[in-house]
Design a protein around this ligand. Sequence first.
Ligand code: SF4
Length: 196
Amino acid sequence: MINISRLTKRAHEHDIQVMVEGPGHVPLNEVAANVRLAKSLIGDVPYYVLGPLVTDIASGHDHIASAIGAAVSASEGVDLLCYLTPSEHLALPNADEVKAGLIAYRIAAHAGDLVKIRDKVIKWDMEMTEARRTLDWEKQLALSIDPEAAAKIHSRTGQHPGNNVPCTMCGGACVYMMLPQQKKYDKENKNLQQVK
Ligand code: SF4
């Protein structure tokens, strides 16, 4: 890293543009320090990382193992994420694997942005929270990072998007169904006590 910072300075002295590639394999507890150290050494130069992978045992699922490192890297201020697909270390990716990798990294980048520039990106999450609270399935699916996958899973419940009903995870114990009932009960109970 020290040598890279020296090379970066030499390149700038010769008016050569530079962007710096970081590591692709870093234990989770060292990811943040790695980004901070690199940024402090190389200065105002675009710095990007390959994930990094936080474990090497995830062959077939390296997009997930590396998105964990990517989310931490993004929150610490890397300028660009280089995405990995499920086929990393095994073969060249097909179209579905490219899609899986890109989705994993869009999630990682957004998670990082929620830390770095929260006010600018929180609207998406707030809208999803509101759609969940009101059991607005059409909106929830539309706001999902992968609406197609979300709709496919939700269709197993047999419900049509837009229904004001809970999903099959908690069924009748859905917090969004119970909360309004609880609030109504609390209000009625309060009124009753005032009458007494
Ligand atoms: S049933 Fe459970 S998981 Fe489904 S919307 Fe309600 S609280 Fe969420």
